[in-house]
Structure formats: structure tokens, C-alpha cells
Write a protein that binds this ligand. Structure first.
Ligand code: ADP
Length: 162
């Protein structure tokens, strides 16, 4: 039986920490769908099209990963994709509480879907999309924690007015 996993998130933008989790998930599951959440109530730095483009470029080297976007309830989307697993990444204990709550809520709503946690590489444990945007904005180095496509996009976005 083929198992498809959905790796959902904002990916605003995708970082090497996300890529690490997606690659490891791809080594475990037959298909992995990196699914970018379109959340009208949350303002994002990049449009969903830009986020999808960056994720596709950054993950194009892995055959069994596709990139998609979705809105609404995650479990509805997971069912629609006939996926049995939700993948999430853990960086630190601080992620755990939120992730644990969400996993329990999703299990209550959809007992047949499993949440699967993958622990990050220590070198990415401090990396988040928001810290990348902030550090870049204030002139810090981010090249080593984002793929090239994201670095170029950040330069276009934040250096335009400099
Ligand atoms: P969300 O808004 O859903 O938290 P994110 O794009 O911030 O979306 O994160 C998506 C998933 O990737 C979450 O499970 C998050 O914990 C995980 N993640 C984010 N950054 C990293 C990282 N540096 N290493 C491992 N996992 C990460």
C-alpha cells in the first residue's frame, strides 16, 4: 500500500529547515505533498504563488515530493488527497506544545490520519521563516539557511528600496 504524507505549513518563505524535514519525509513515505496554507486571516510576506514557486524550485531534486496549496481545514485537504499522514517538524520544546495540541485536535477530527513528527537537524533548530525575513531585512547573513531561490527573492523584495 502506498502511503502519501502531507507536510503543511506557511512556508513564508521555505527555509533549509523545511527542506530538511521534507527530504527526510520523502525517504520514509511514497509520496510527500508540501502543502502551503492559504490563510486569509493571516498576512503573509510572500503570495501563495511566490511561496509555491520557491518551494518547487527548492525541492525539484526530490522525485516523490510535490508542492501544492490549500485553504480550509487541514484534515479535509488530507482526506481529499487520500493521504494517511500529516508530517510536522520539531525544532525545540517550544514547538512541542503547539504541535501536540494540533495533533490531538486533528486526531479527534480524523482518527484515521496519523501525525508524524520529524526532529530537525540541530543546525536548523533556530531557523524560522520569520527570523529569516527579519535577519535579512536588517542586513544579517541568511544564505546558509535558505535555498538560493529564496535568497534571490529576499534580495528582490527587501533590497528594492535600498
Ligand atoms: P506553520 O505556520 O504551520 O507553523 P511553518 O512554515 O512555520 O508553518 O512550519 C511548518 C512546519 O515546519 C512546522 O511543523 C514547523 O515546526 C516546521 N519547521 C519550521 N522551521 C523548521 C526548522 N528549521 N526545522 C524543522 N522544522 C521546521
Amino acid at each position: 500500500m502506498k502511503i502519501t504524507a502531507v507536510y503543511p505549513g506557511s512556508f513564508d518563505p521555505i527555509t533549509n529547515g523545511h527542506i530538511y524535514i521534507a527530504e527526510r519525509a520523502a525517504a520514509v513515505f511514497d509520496e510527500v505533498i508540501v502543502s502551503i496554507l492559504v490563510n486569509e486571516r493571516k498576512t503573509s510576506a510572500f503570495t501563495v504563488e511566490e511561496r509555491c514557486f520557491m518551494a518547487r524550485e527548492a525541492l525539484g531534486h526530490v522525485d516523490n515530493i510535490t508542492v501544492d496549496s490549500f485553504n480550509g481545514l487541514l484534515i479535509d485537504y488530507v482526506r481529499q488527497k487520500h493521504a494517511g499522514v500529516i508530517v510536522r517538524g520539531l525544532r525545540a520544546m517550544s514547538d512541542f506544545e503547539y504541535e501536540f495540541q494540533m495533533a490531538l485536535m486533528n486526531r479527534k477530527l480524523a482518527p484515521e490520519i496519523e501525525t508524524f513528527f520529524i526532529v530537525t537537524d540541530p543546525k536548523y533548530s533556530y531557523v524560522s521563516s520569520s527570523s529569516v525575513r527579519e535577519i535579512f531585512h536588517f542586513g544579517g547573513t541568511v544564505e546558509d539557511v535558505v535555498p538560493d531561490v529564496v535568497y534571490e527573492k529576499l534580495k528582490g523584495r527587501y533590497n528594492a528600496g535600498r
